[in-house]
Each structure stands twice: as C-alpha cells, then as structure tokens.
Design a protein around this ligand. Sequence first.
Ligand code: SAH
Length: 182
Amino acid sequence: MRTTPRHLFVPDNARSMAYEDYPVSIGYGPTISQPYIVALMTQLLGPTKKHRILEIGTGSGYQAAILGQLAAEVYTIEIVPQLATSASKTLRDLGYTNIRVRQGDGYKGWPEEAPFDGIIMTTAPPKVPAALIAQLAGHGRLVAPVGSLWMQELIVIDKRSDGTIRPRSVCPVSFVPMQRSK
Ligand code: SAH
C-alpha cells in the first residue's frame, strides 16, 4: 500500500485527503474505502502470486491495484460506465498488466473466467449472490460486506473442495449498497 499512489485514484479536489484513513468520494455516489478497510479485506482474502481474483465494484480501481501486486490476475467489474472507463485508464497509465476491468453487473460475476481463488465485494448486497459462490473455486474464499442499506457485516466465506461453504462474521462495516442492473 505504501508504494501505491492513492492520490491518483481520487478526484483532483480530494488529493489532500488521499492518504488520510478515511473513505473518499469518487463521484457518481461511491467512495474509495478507507485504507484500513482495504488492508483488512486484502488480508482476509489472502491473495498469493498463484491466485486469480474477482472484485465486484471497481470504483476508482485502488483495491484492484493493491490486489494486482499480490495476485496473479485480477478481474474487476463496475456497474457505472464512467467509473469503469476511468479506473481502467488509471490502472493502464500506472502500468498494471494483470488487471482486467469490465463494465457490467457484478450479480452475474464473470463466468467465462471462473473459477476464482478469491472473490472480494466492495459494494454491499443484501445477501451474497449465488452466482458468485458458484464461481468460487474449491478452497476459495469470498470476502464481502453483507446486509441492508448502509449497515452491514463483513463476512468471510470459505468453500471446501466438496463445494460446501462455511461463513464467518468479522466486524460491522458500511459500504455503498449494491445496485441491480436496470
Ligand atoms: N473498490 C473500490 C471502491 C468501490 S465503491 C475502490 O477501490 O475504489 C463500490 C462500487 O461498486 C461503486 O463504484 C459502485 O458503482 C459499484 N457497484 C454497485 N453495484 C454494483 C454491481 N451490481 N455490479 C458492479 N459494481 C457495482
């Protein structure tokens, strides 16, 4: 995280806030999570250089940039076209070659590239979408804020090789609610 230029992921008028431990607005409603939460979720996900990771909610691309340095490949989906385009440009300009950004609805996941060793959601659904559990590899792990409106629980779901899942709760969090495509 120290080597990732967070100020390049926030709007120009918010650059002075970039390295504080706060979420920062990135336009169109969402925020880039505070560094502490990015670190906590990354640690819980536990990416390694062999892992292929799916992120739901690209936003600014900052979380994807952190994961890109720890995993083999990162696939990230953003529903707002302008954010998908700008995150894609930021990541390309910074030289990340193992991160693919797609504009689309995260509820469907990215079936063509499944299964994933890890899935991280940075937007909160009322419950974890079944398609994402299905796209998780055996021994894979999903980290997500789950719950209603602005109050959720951060949960970790481990998938066993026989396909059964084991969820556990980590702490209360507050993320932007996941949108449904219209
Ligand atoms: N990880 C981001 C912050 C994400 S904020 C970062 O590091 O900057 C949550 C993002 O999820 C927002 O950009 C929002 O537009 C997006 N989002 C909301 N619903 C979605 C959906 N159904 N599919 C994909 N992205 C979604």
